[in-house]
Design a protein around this ligand. Sequence first.
Ligand SMILES: [Cu+2]
Length: 436
Amino acid sequence: MSISRRTFLASSAAAALVPSKVVASTQRLWAAPVLAQILAGELSESGPTPSLGFNGNTPGPLLKVRQGEELSVTFENRIGQESSIHWHGIRIANEMDGVPGLTQDAVPDGGEFAYRFVAPDAGTFWYHSHSRSWEQVARGLYGPLIVEEITPPDVDADIIIFVDDWRIDEDAKFIDDFDGMFHFAHGGRMGNYARVIPSQSSVRRGDRIRLRLINTANARVFPLDLSGIEGKLVALDGMPLEQVEDIGTVTLAPAQRADIIADVLDDIEFSFWTGQDNYALGTIAVEGANPSARNATILPLPSNGIAKPTEEPDRREILRMQGGAMGGQHPGEDIWSFNGVSDLTDEPWLKLDRGTTVQISLVNDTSFPHGIHLHGQHFYEVANDGSLGPLRDTSLVNARESRDIICVFDNPGRWFLHCHMLGHSATGMKTWVEVT
Ligand SMILES: [Cu+2]
């Protein structure tokens, strides 16, 4: 099966939803095998896909707290191999970050780990496995983590939309090539079937809605097009934009998020350009009309107050992505490397005093795009004219291109820094920084 006109047509039909029942802030989150109806429409006749999930479902339950509140989750691992949970994008206490070997020991099968942390920033985040993530996330171990503003924007519906792809055979089983060298050395393990998983299947014409888009794919960059709405892009990677922007095509690398506030004009259709074809990812249908539609201007969300860097950074560094197929010569011992070094070393790439501002040139010397994710703090992307772009926790750098980011490293701890094309991280494209 490949991404084709057939799946293009089939994927428009109704499909499974993100569970919308809120799990209280003190909860158990248990990971175990589940059967998930991933294929939709006429393809759903192939049946459910044996997957991994949290609390009996993939995606896992909605975890929701108010900004500044504490989340307390006891993770129980029943998947048959070791695991852990990373709380993606949260400026978290280091020991709760979920990275085996760096911030905690992996949780063995049958074991537990108590995660307990304050969520300092309002926005759209997500949680996912951080052990054999290129397989465990692909098999379904992820879910939504929403941190509500103290005063949330006035909307009729707040809708989470996962965008994902899966590599599935004709019998709806996962193709078991998670460790395939071809995938590792190229763009990553791309699915042959893609769709959105929304938290609700219908809206009313005239509703003002908030859409929280989350790319949970292992490797695929989605250039998303949305029709049927009129509104603004208001946040990226959980962080509000200083000025709202026109929506256009929303390009999301793996792990990236985008928040949109918009008014519903018609059925909301999601699609992306594959390079050859426009692939339909699904629809949120219009049912009925909202008799009291809003017409107030869409305003920026309140800032999370992330530290702004000083005019001149304390340090300038280069992080060079190297390796992979098609011309990626490098001295690293694995497929990929940063600055010629593959995988984690005993010593961090950078040792920083807390509060140090570092401008990092992300230089992509490879033939593939990479989405570089820093744990524990957000950074600004730097525009070509030197001005500060959006705050992000994951930055997409296309093949043979580069981008500067600037970060005030003010969260103490041992922080993972890696490609979020998860097979690339598995085969060398990872390092860490230490903030003391
Ligand atoms: Cu990569």
